[in-house]
Write a protein that binds this ligand. Structure first.
Ligand code: AVJ
Length: 319
């Protein structure tokens, strides 16, 4: 098997163009808000990898522990010779914990960050010469269809990291049900879901002492400057992350420390002192609440794994 990656260009318009449209829409809204998918330019993807290494950010290492411990069980449930599709594949690190046990015949990484995706899948192909590696550059929250030539097999969608938490519960249910209809019958979903827990632990994870999450959040403003030519003074905004208990979610915002405007395309988007741009929701679930959501989306919850402190969960959903 060759170690070349099969590349599929699935981005809809220029990624930069939808960024511009969504920034203009999001800054025009009240309250101001922007999708967290725009965190992940090259620099943002790198900062996210650094977040995963922070001592406060328990999610990554906990999920990796769960996957490593459950790999044989997962493999037995799923069976070999599948097409494994990783949504938001990033550095394609977690899938490595499963490949030897699961022995899928093909892997498709889908990510919005083009160069990062290519580098990661190339490394994967080099390290697993028996695996046919595909990379699809695109926004899976917009389109879910498999690229031509990669469809038509038993599919396991791998959606780790609690990225599902970026959707509200209603959006998550709609997304999962769309995913189920986009994949061939008999497909399953292996999905990581962060669990509801003490406020202190949750808030620490999104306010690391090294300031990496702050840099990740503020990088959105850097992107606006560099990619869109926006006039914005990045250091007049600060990172904010807190647990909204009523909504079971971490919210991230960029807070303006003064009354000011962001200038973009001849428009001025006014901020009051203390006004925020809402940049992310990261929803937390109980195991039962997530199983119920998955069932409403048409799935059967076949198995669930957790760590001994019940910080994080991994679910296998059958379609
Ligand atoms: C990749 C969406 C799961 O919500 O924990 C990390 C992103 N944001 N720190 C999360 C993130 C701030 C992460 N997800």
């Amino acid at each position: 098997m060759s170690t070349a990656v099969h590349f599929h260009d699935q981005h809809v318009e220029g990624a930069g163009d939808s960024f511009r449209d969504d920034v203009i829409k999001g800054l025009g809204r009240s309250p101001k808000a922007l999708s967290p998918k725009y965190f992940y330019d090259e620099q943002g993807s790198r900062l996210f990898e650094a977040i995963c290494e922070q001592p406060e950010y328990y999610l990554t290492r906990t999920e990796e522990g769960i996957l490593a411990g459950a790999a044989a069980e997962i493999a037995a449930l799923v069976g070999p010779d599948t097409l494994m599709v990783e949504l938001g594949s990033g550095a394609s690190r977690k899938v490595r914990l499963l490949l030897e046990a699961m022995r899928p015949s093909r892997y498709l990484g889908v990510d919005i960050s083009r160069d990062f995706l290519l580098q990661s899948t190339r490394r994967l192909a080099a390290d697993y010469p028996w695996l046919e590696v595909h990379a699809a550059w695109g926004d899976f929250s917009r389109r879910l269809n498999l690229p031509p030539g990669v469809e038509g097999r038993r599919v396991v969608a791998f959606f780790p990291g609690s990225s599902i938490g970026n959707f509200t519960p209603a959006e998550a249910e709609a997304f999962l049900s769309r995913l189920r209809r986009a994949l061939p019958p008999g497909s399953g979903v292996l999905i990581g879901v962060d669990l509801v827990k003490e406020r202190r632990l949750l808030e620490a994870a999104y306010n690391d002492a090294a300031g990496i999450t702050a840099a990740f959040n503020l990088n959105l403003l850097e992107r606006m400057r560099h990619e869109l030519g926006a006039e914005v003074e990045v250091d007049t905004f600060r990172h904010q992350a807190f647990y909204n208990e009523a909504a079971s979610r971490i919210e991230m915002h960029l807070v303006s420390d003064r009354r000011q405007g962001i200038l973009l395309d001849g428009r001025r988007f006014a901020f009051e002192e203390g006004e925020t741009l809402h940049t992310e929701n990261s929803c937390k679930y109980s195991v039962e609440a997530f199983q119920a959501l998955a069932e409403r989306a048409g799935y059967r919850s076949s198995a669930v794994w957790s760590d001994d402190q019940a910080l994080f969960s991994v679910h296998y959903l059958s379609g």
